[in-house]
Design a protein around this ligand. Structure first.
Ligand code: AMP
Length: 591
């Protein structure tokens, strides 16, 4: 496919606000792709070069790009920067500069998608002496050979400013439509995606062997499995009821979720967002190499800081200090990690996802013997609400977050929030409700004392996975420190967009829309029904429509932004509905 064709599709995508239309455009685009090309199209459209777990960053700063634009267009620094200022985006600036340029274009070479991808890959991975000059030269060559629209996307892509609004669910639905003319076969591809986490690979498999080939995909080493997620319920009896009267109750540890892949001596670790975290935790890697006898295994647990002398787990604020690129070895001594393993998904070539929890647990316990650093999560199996409650209270007294109950018969349900795992946290008790992770979709100008900061608050949304849409749930104006406001203002101006972004469902118009990118953690007193918000919006008995909103929302956490969560990891609409119905039950039982 010519890069020109891809750019024309990007133009169409950026002009639509309709998700259905987006899926149609993507499906048309995928139909035109050749084998070996569709994966590149998929990565590029999401502004990436590879799946998250490969972790290739572009490393192209504005300054490098500006130099490339100057060489390619003949404009000087002042001219490039002045247009950049006007447009607020270097891609748009380049498009305008080329359109109004009187210079003849330097090259008439027509690049195809693979050429551009290949150059971008090289630009992202080249390092060492002279690499900056090579990057500039390669970018300039690409821009020089492009028409204004192509150049816009050549510039936007490595600057991470494509912002086409295409999420994972959108791609999967488009692949289903491309391959079977039906959107609904997406559910088959969901499963494949949940076990390999690589949309590009799925694209290639579907293009080559159709949807049938995707059905046969198996778990494999060094392709992280999308994590199983837990539902929530507030009491032991409700959880026991839901689980058929008897279940396992495991302590819930608050640290980094850690998926371990081991093949002989080769070990890699992946985070909840499936980014590779191997280099961050050499102590865990060593423990796996030294103590795990299995040759080939995938298992997971929670890594958290541990005080060896007092044998106590430390709170998340301590563990988070291990999240660093430098000075890791010094921190290991101060804050050693312990891995509390709670599941196993693959062992010596066998995919264990469809084995019941109890079988997996037995295999897990056998596989991880003999280490001081790795142990199985502490648990009981019970059918007694009293024993359940006591275990919970005990865990909380020991400084833990609560418990995760597990259905003894359940499979490992990758990538989904199901009642086979149910969490119960100490925060469900007393006045505090659970926190919500919300996506920022807009913000407000500062008024009064905040005028100087130009920041007055956020418009926040939950993610509705079923609809693949972001639905508003609250305006957020409190809980910010001055530093946080400054940081948010700085981050958000960079992702401002002119109109409501695709996949955003909102009845409210903020002062500025932003591309859904950042997640914040919010606490509130209560969930209420509201005609203003689109979260879970549905027809009421009186004929009006209402959604859900938060009462007294406030930002929590020192870091304003949750770097470990992507927009699609935000609280789901179904969780809000569940929390609302639990709240009703609690308030009724308190009457
Ligand atoms: P939350 O982040 O509140 O949705 O809770 C789910 C998270 O708890 C998982 O993603 C794990 O990282 C963590 N966790 C801690 N202990 C366990 C456990 N025993 N079983 C499953 N998940 C656990």
């Amino acid at each position: 496919m010519l890069f020109k064709t891809l750019s024309d599709y990007y133009e169409k995508l950026s002009k639509t606000q309709s998700r259905i239309e987006m899926v149609n455009i993507l499906s048309e685009m995928f139909k035109q792709a050749a084998k070996g090309e569709i994966s590149k199209l998929i990565y590029m459209t999401q502004g990436q070069l590879a799946p998250n777990f490969i972790g290739i960053e572009f490393g192209v700063a504005d300054k490098i790009m500006e130099e490339a634009i100057m060489i390619a267009t003949g404009y000087n620094k002042e001219e490039v920067e002045s247009e950049y200022h006007k447009q607020g985006d270097l891609g748009e600036a380049t498009e305008n500069l080329i359109k109004s340029s009187k210079l003849a274009r330097m090259s008439s070479k027509k690049y195809d998608v693979s050429d551009v991808y290949g150059s971008m890959y090289k630009i992202a991975t080249i390092s060492g002496k002279g690499s900056k000059e090579i990057k500039i030269r390669m970018l300039a060559e690409l821009i020089a050979a492009s028409d204004p629209i192509e150049a816009k996307y050549i510039v936007k892509y490595p600057l991470n400013s494509l912002r086409l609004g295409v999420g994972d669910e959108t791609i999967l639905e488009a692949l289903s439509l491309m391959s079977t003319s039906e959107r609904s076969n997406k559910s088959i591809l969901d499963r494949s995606y949940n076990i390999c986490s690589d949309l590009g690979e799925i694209g290639e498999i579907v293009l080559e062997g159709g949807i049938e080939a995707a059905k046969n995909m198996k778990v494999s080493l060094f392709k992280p499995i999308r994590p199983a997620l837990a539902e929530r319920l507030p009491t032991a009896s409700e959880i026991l009821n839901k689980m058929g009267g008897k279940c396992a109750v495991e302590q819930k540890y608050d640290g980094f979720r850690c998926q371990v892949h081991k093949d002989g001596n080769k070990v890699k670790l992946y985070s909840r967002r499936l980014e590779e975290t191997t280099s961050m935790m050499p102590d865990i890697v060593k423990a796996v190499q030294d103590s795990i006898k299995a040759e080939k295994v995938i298992f997971e647990g929670e890594a958290l800081a541990y005080n060896e002398s007092t044998e106590e787990f430390l709170p998340f604020q301590e563990t988070i200090q291990r999240k660093r690129k430098y000075g890791i070895n010094e921190k290991i001594k101060e804050l050693p990690l312990h891995l509390m393993a709670f599941d196993i998904m693959y062992l010596e070539g066998e995919d264990l996802l469809n084995k019941p929890y109890e079988t997996r647990r037995e295999l897990l316990e056998k596989a991880i013997t003999g280490s001081d650093v790795i142990s199985p999560s502490t648990r009981i199996i019970t059918d007694s609400p009293k024993e359940f409650e006591e275990f919970f209270e005990n865990s909380v007294e020991n400084g833990l977050e609560g418990i995760v109950a597990k259905d003894l018969r359940s499979h490992y349900i990758a990538g989904a929030r199901k009642f086979s795992w149910i969490k119960m946290k100490r925060s469900y008790r007393g006045e505090l409700s659970d926190t919500l992770d919300l996506v920022i979709i807009g913000y407000y100008r500062g008024k009064g004392s905040r005028a100087e900061l130009q920041f007055g608050g956020l418009l926040c949304a939950v993610y509705n996975k079923k609809r693949d849409m972001f639905e508003t749930i609250t305006k957020l104006g409190t809980g910010f420190t001055e530093d946080q406001m400054r940081k948010l203002q700085e981050l958000l101006t960079k992702i401002k967009v002119d109109s409501k972004p695709a996949r955003v469902d909102s009845l409210i118009e903020p002062d500025f829309w932003v591309y859904p990118k950042y997640v914040v953690t919010v606490k509130a007193d209560e969930i209420t029904e509201s005609p203003m918000h689109t979260c879970g919006r549905s027809m009421q008995p009186d004929g009006t429509e209402a959604g859900y909103a938060l009462r007294f929302p406030r930002l929590v956490g020192e870091e304003a932004i949750r770097a470990d969560k992507s927009p699609e990891d935000a609280t789901d609409t179904s969780e809000v509905i569940e929390m609302f119905s639990q709240q009703k039950k609690v308030s009724l039982s308190n009457k």
